[in-house]
Design a protein around this ligand. Structure first.
Ligand code: FAD
Length: 336
């Protein structure tokens, strides 16, 4: 791959909250930036997994619905006028010489002076129910994510799972549904303590040591057969919808082969968000270092750290500390 003439200062791989904020911040530092993501939509995990969920721990918002946060992030990022390339899966990363990098995807070759990897948990898909018969109801009442809360108004919903996703959806959908039952195969929840406390105080019927055995109904779900995994007793619940929150599997894909120092599928970075490869930085959920916490707020901070150090890396005469922001206008995208 040759550098070509379409050379960018910074290419950001991953357009979740971290990548979007990094794109905006790169504009503030005058970097010509490109944003690449394998999904068709911007917003990462928020868009794909919980667009309708309330988020309570982002600075500046006492609470905000996921899709609204993404909308704000996209508006902010687009002020910086990054080139956006969606539905592109990365395949390779080459050193082109002269401090240039070549990022290869299934659709294009991107030449860049630096790369910021913000791929979160990698390419992710929800874990399905093990039963093909249950999965045959996908789109007919069985779902793995909620796109529109309104679609659940007055419905009887069964939620399966015991993590944050299951508990958060139970709380978020409580005002919409006629009735929610949440089943979990153990009695301990992996969700945030405060959310579990709220769940116990809510109208959601929580049944522990229960698993989903089957769903029935034509053409859509009308009942769910659940069973108590200790007593081995079955129960039939009349339901209109089943939400599976069994976690998700993710894969780093080719990024694993790029010679980056990894720790348990996370990229090891230093306090400047540099990886072990010159010109390659990482931020957000994909990174690890002592004390790392994987949250949206942390991704924003890491994006700002990374971009400021990238600006300095590209032009050592530029101070990593940007000074304090004043005017809202952004420098037009230009090469440093
Ligand atoms: C159910 C649930 C609820 C949550 N609630 C909260 C909350 O209330 N507060 C909070 O702070 N955090 C919450 N989180 C965590 C939060 O979503 C993450 O910390 C945040 O999304 C990380 O942002 P990111 O941009 O680093 O990664 P992601 O959001 O994962 O975005 C990464 C992007 O990279 C893309 N990508 C991945 N691999 C590739 C590849 N090989 N090629 C191209 N593109 C790729 C993905 O498609 C994705 O768009 C929650 C998570 C879940 C699952």
């Amino acid at each position: 791959m040759s550098a070509g003439r379409d050379l960018y200062d910074l290419t950001i791989l991953g357009a979740g909250p971290t990548g979007l904020y990094a794109a905006y911040y790169a504009g503030r530092r005058g970097l010509r930036t490109k944003l690449v993501d394998s999904l068709a939509e911007l917003g990462g995990q928020i868009t794909a997994l919980y667009p309708e969920k309330w988020i309570f721990d982002v600075a500046g918002h006492a609470k905000i619905i996921g899709k609204d946060l993404v909308r704000n992030l996209v508006v902010q990022a687009m002020e910086a006028r990054p080139t956006v390339c969606l539905e592109e899966q990365v395949t390779g990363l080459e050193d082109l010489g002269g401090g240039l990098l070549g990022l290869r995807t299934n659709k294009a070759e991107h030449s860049t002076r630096t790369l910021l990897i913000a791929i979160g948990i990698g390419m992710f898909t929800p874990k399905p129910f093990p039963s093909p018969e249950i999965n045959a109801y996908l789109g007919r009442g069985v779902v793995y994510s909620v796109r529109e809360k309104e679609a659940y108004r007055d419905k009887r919903l069964l939620i399966v799972g015991g993590g944050d996703s299951a508990v958060d959806w139970a709380l978020n959908l409580e005002p919409y549904c006629r009735q929610i039952t949440l089943i979990h195969r153990r009695d301990g929840f992996r969700a945030h303590e405060e959310s579990v406390r709220q769940l116990k105080a809510s109208t959601v019927e929580v049944k522990v040591f229960y698993e989903l055995k089957a769903v029935r109904g034509e053409p859509t779900v009308q009942e769910a057969v659940i069973f108590h995994n200790k007593m081995k007793a079955e129960e039939v619940l009349p339901v209109d919808a089943v939400l599976g929150c069994l976690g998700f599997s993710s894969k780093l894909g080719p990024v694993k082969e790029w010679g980056l120092t990894l720790d348990d599928d996370s990229i090891v970075v230093n306090s400047r968000m540099e990886t072990n490869r010159p010109g390659v930085y990482a931020a957000g959920d994909i990174t690890t270092y002592p004390g790392k916490v994987k949250l949206i707020a942390i991704g924003f901070g890491e994006a700002a750290i990374a971009v400021n150090h990238i600006a300095h890396y590209l032009n050592p005469a530029v101070d990593p500390f940007p000074g304090y922001t004043a005017a809202p206008e952004l420098a037009p995208a230009r090469a440093l």
